[in-house]
Design a protein around this ligand. Structure first.
Ligand code: 3YP
Ligand code: ZN
Length: 380
């Protein structure tokens, strides 16, 4: 172990690999619509299980502190969701064929509600372990994802907003006063934005491909309201950006925002769907880019939040590439190198995305205007 090694919590549960995403792509199979059944829904959990298995096979697991998820309680979930949503999910989970998170493209099977409670509970456990000092930082490889789930509505494969549940737990139970969310999933972090829209206790920052999903939110003008005015920050990026623009956005918007807010805990809803091989978006980040992004945000956490940072798995749909992106992030978190290189680097390494193009710089700079309005909120 080198002196850069940190006690890094890691959380996976076999049941996260049992999420039944059903048959079809974004819609169920339909003979009349010409939609053929396919065994792997785009969000089939095998992609995340493959990341877990690379963590094991690479030997990285030997350098991690394994954390164990327990289901979140109903009370934990009700801090951020309304009772009608929770009741509907539980009722549909009891049906022989399960139900849908809320938008018709997010099916779950019988018992899917139990796995959703277990994902939210995994987020809580990783957060508890970091805030208590049991570990220095943590990666929660949870599933189903959460960042699109709003107070009253599941959507975009998300049932409960795991990160929001963890943030509310940190505020209400662990005595944390300010939480920052830095969501680098390629899609907009609309769920936490909805839930914490009027709160100054959570700074919600989302980096995403402009108008990818949801296509009607995530614009720079969305900054919160009431007590929360100024505490929602959106960085919509033009398609095509890669390592370069993400690093630029972290350095010029995200980290200055964190410095202004001084969170005591940073949560990172971490998708790998901004990756160059992802089927659901058009960005070009490589595994080495995710590594670099991790380094930057972890260094910021060391300066700002006493190192308290928790990564929570969101999207990522390339079964080929997600494991290498995730390994990069978790190695960087742990300060360990297993020697398992990005096996796709020979293919994707020469495709560009390292430079920041003029229109990308302009998009990030436009989002940066929101940073000057961020302060440590009164009373915190
Ligand atoms: C949900 C329906 C269409 C796009 C899809 C996005 C899911 C995701 O990865 N969100 O972060
Ligand atoms: Zn996503």
């Amino acid at each position: 172990m080198t002196d850069t090694t940190k006690r890094t919590g890691y959380l996976w549960n076999t049941l996260y690999g049992w999420v039944d995403t059903g048959s079809g792509g974004l819609t169920p199979s339909s003979v009349s619509a010409g939609l053929q059944p396919i065994s792997h829904h785009v969000a089939h959990p095998d992609t995340k299980r493959r990341l877990h298995e690379l963590v094991v096979a690479s030997g990285l697991i030997d350098h991690l502190v394994e954390l164990r998820a327990a289901p979140a309680s109903r009370e934990d979930v009700l801090r951020v969701h309304d009772a009608a949503h929770v009741d509907r999910i539980v009722a549909e989970g009891a049906l022989p064929k399960g139900g849908d998170a809320g938008d018709g493209v997010s099916p779950f099977g019988q018992g899917g509600d139990q796995i959703a409670f277990l994902a939210a509970g995994g987020a809580i456990e990783a957060t508890r372990a970091v805030v208590s000092g049991e570990v220095d930082r943590a990666y929660a490889l949870i599933n189903p994802p959460g960042h699109h789930a709003e107070r009253a509505l599941g959507r975009g494969f998300c049932i409960f907003n795991n990160t929001a549940v963890a943030a509310a737990y940190a505020l209400d139970v662990l005595g944390v006063e300010r939480v920052a969310i830095v969501d680098w999933d390629v899609h907009h972090g609309n769920g936490a934005q909805d839930i914490f829209w009027e709160s100054s206790r959570v700074l919600n920052i989302s980096l995403h491909q402009n108008r990818c999903f949801p296509s009607d939110s995530g614009f720079v003008e969305e900054n919160g309201a009431g007590e929360g005015a100024g505490f929602s920050v959106n960085v919509p990026l033009p398609p095509g950006g890669g390592n370069g623009v993400y690093e630029y956005a972290l350095e010029t918007v995200v980290i200055p925002a964190l410095e202004a807010y001084r969170p005591q805990l940073i949560l990172v809803p971490c998708g790998f769907d901004a990756a160059i091989m992802d089927p659901l978006a058009r960005m070009m980040v490589r595994a080495d880019g995710f590594r670099r992004m991790t380094r930057l945000i972890v260094d910021a956490a060391e300066r700002i939040s006493e190192g308290r940072i928790v990564f929570l798995q969101e999207g990522g749909y390339s079964p080929y590439y997600v494991p290498f992106c995730g390994l990069g992030v978790i190695e960087e978190l742990a300060g360990v190198s297993t020697g398992t290189a990005d096996a796709y680097a020979p293919i994707v390494g020469a495709m560009g995305g390292d430079e920041v193009l003029d229109h990308e710089r302009a998009a990030v700079d436009a989002a940066g205007a929101a940073v000057s309005r961020i302060t440590v909120p009164p009373g915190a």
